[in-house]
Design a protein around this ligand. Structure first.
Ligand code: HEM
Ligand code: HEM
Length: 498
């Protein structure tokens, strides 16, 4: 359905009115995507060589599938997330980059279906989710083309903001969905996480991803979100504690099948849930000072500390597994300890290093990086992975160093994406020395900054309607609103564009 928008559907007549040269690349991508539709609906799986009770055959992964893996990691892991940031800042490179990424993703798609070598059962989770991602991608492109058409009159005036919202939400979900699909790809390729292993896989991948997600959120807050956080009128520990309490509640009731015997690690998991909500409630309480103003506290850091200790104390069968769990435990305990040091002794309970939220202390990156490392360490420590490493000739130290490398790469990539965002969203702030936090409205520097902004970053023609301007000014709140919440300046809010 979405594809018809680009071809003969309701958009056909406006298409004739718009500049074809400008759209040709996106249209071609949409048509290409349509051509891949039959493929997305599945291919014949040859399962003849898969032994009974297994989900993969013994053959090695063939070159076609290896290329699929690298091509998709490049498209979904690097290009789409970068494109997403360019979309958020309304860069004129958004559309070309996403068109390129879509074309590469389609190539990767074909390769995923055309591979020989190792065989996989047709019901594998990566293949199933692959179809969903395909439709999300095609839908996203279709919505993107609609936005690019700039249909703003009549009914489109009402539809457009909705479409933009959906495109925005789906676009921001893309990196998360891609992450999941990459993990599914890894376990499918190796035939992992079947039967009894499923529960353990879920625990390790969900919790590991959660550590990384927390690390990414803390990076965002540190680099571009300090003022946003301050505007909420709450301390960071309030939010952390609420999440901890809620998560604890869920775990209290889900980690043990009530009414049955207490088996294996049920006790540990359930009591962990209990301590989380107990601590979380205390954390919420401590996040306000006597006068009601936001106050920092040690509780989320402490919860992470004891979680690291408890998780690493799980009995392990294999030597290598014990070692990886131990290092994981040190990392997570390190997150907790360094976070408490950061809050209490580096920041001295202040929300950030500088009043205007623009600075950070080198120590503040320590807990964040350790979160990334803990995430990778935990995700890489399931029984099956441990057995694989043990049989590979690699030792625990080498394996752990590889996991650290992955953590550094993702840490770097997140910083790079935030940099791209920051350069545009806070361009003025970065470009000029400011008095009282920002230049007076209408001064030369501000005018220059805005012109530079428009020239360098904006997608031409994107900023034509009122919602666009509203949206842009809201997005730029960081830039303008922080010091002047009491008297927002309409001249600034309108961005001075006509
Ligand atoms: C290839 C076809 C695509 C086209 C033609 C396209 C076009 C556009 C346009 C015109 C906008 C500006 C909308 C506005 O605010 O008026 C936009 C924003 C955006 N796009 Fe795309 N896009 C495409 C693909 C993608 C993909 C694949 C992603 C996901 C990774 C994505 C993520 C975003 C995001 C996050 C925004 C910002 C939305 C917001 O500010 O809330 N786009 N896109
Ligand atoms: C987010 C990026 C990715 C997407 C969208 C994607 C999508 C797909 C699709 C649609 C298929 C065909 C499934 C079918 O047979 O119906 C496939 C096959 C496959 N992919 Fe991926 N893939 C991605 C990344 C990866 C990664 C990172 C790996 C491995 C580390 C991987 C491993 C595999 C394997 C083993 C198959 C063969 C499964 C089969 O024949 O059923 N993929 N992929």
């Amino acid at each position: 359905m979405a594809l018809r928008l680009a071809g003969r559907g309701p958009v056909a007549s406006p298409l004739r009115r718009i500049d074809f040269g400008q759209l040709s690349a996106t249209t071609v991508t949409a048509i290409l995507a349509a051509a891949f539709l039959p493929m997305a609906l599945g291919h014949e799986h040859d399962e003849g060589n898969i032994p009974d009770g297994e989900t993969v055959s013994a053959e090695p992964i063939d070159t076609t599938l290896w290329i699929h893996i690298f091509v998709q990691m490049f498209a979904f892991g690097i290009l789409f997330p970068l494109g997403m940031v360019l979309g958020i800042i309304k860069s004129r490179w958004h559309v070309p980059l996403q068109v390129l990424a879509t074309a590469i993703a389609l190539l990767g798609y074909a390769l995923g279906h055309l591979h020989g070598g190792r065989q996989f059962v047709s019901s594998n989770v990566h293949a199933k989710f692959g179809t969903i991602i395909f439709f999300l991608m095609v839908g996203q492109v279709a919505l993107g083309i609609y936005l690019k058409l700039h249909l703003e009159k009549g009914i489109n005036g009402r539809i457009r903001p909705i479409i933009r919202r959906i495109h925005g939400i789906n676009g921001k979900a893309f990196p998360v969905v891609s992450w999941v699909q990459m993990l599914f790809g890894g376990i499918t390729a190796l035939g992992f996480c079947q039967g009894d292993h499923l529960g353990q896989c879920l625990a390790h991948f969900i919790m590991g991803s959660a550590f990384i997600a927390y690390g990414i959120l803390l990076t965002l807050l540190l680099l571009v979100g300090q003022l946003w956080l301050r505007r909420t009128g709450r301390s960071q520990e309030f939010f952390d504690s609420v999440v901890i309490a809620a998560w604890g509640c869920v775990n209290t009731f889900t980690e043990h099948r009530w009414g049955t015997a207490w088996v294996r690690n049920d006790w540990q998991h359930t009591t962990m849930g209990i301590v989380w909500w107990c601590a979380g409630l205390a954390g919420v309480w401590l996040s306000r000072d006597r006068d009601g103003s936001p106050k920092r506290n040690f509780i989320p850091g402490f919860v992470i500390l004891i979680t690291g200790w408890a998780m690493s104390a799980h009995p392990q069968d294999m030597m290598i597994s014990a070692m990886v769990h131990k290092v994981f435990g040190y990392n997570l305990m390190g997150v907790g300890i360094t976070r408490i040091i950061e809050i209490s002794f580096v920041l001295h309970d202040k929300p950030g290093m500088a009043e205007d939220g623009s600075q950070s202390h080198s120590f503040q990156y320590v807990p964040i990086f350790l979160l990334f490392a803990s995430g990778f360490m935990f995700m890489g420590a399931t029984e099956e992975q441990m057995a694989l490493v043990k049989n590979s000739g690699m030792d625990a130290v080498a394996y752990i160093l590889i996991l650290y490398s992955l953590a550094f790469l993702l840490f770097l990539f997140v910083h790079m994406l935030i940099y791209v965002y920051d350069r545009s969203a806070n361009a003025q702030k970065l470009a000029q020395p400011v008095a009282n936090g920002r230049a007076a409205p209408g001064t030369r520097t501000e005018e220059d900054g805005r012109l530079g902004d428009a020239g360098e970053f904006e997608l031409e023609g994107l900023m034509t309607d009122d919602e666009d301007e509203d949206d842009a000014s809201r997005r730029n709140l960081l830039k303008h609103g922080e010091d002047d919440l009491a008297s927002p300046n309409p001249a600034l809010r309108n961005g001075g564009r006509s």
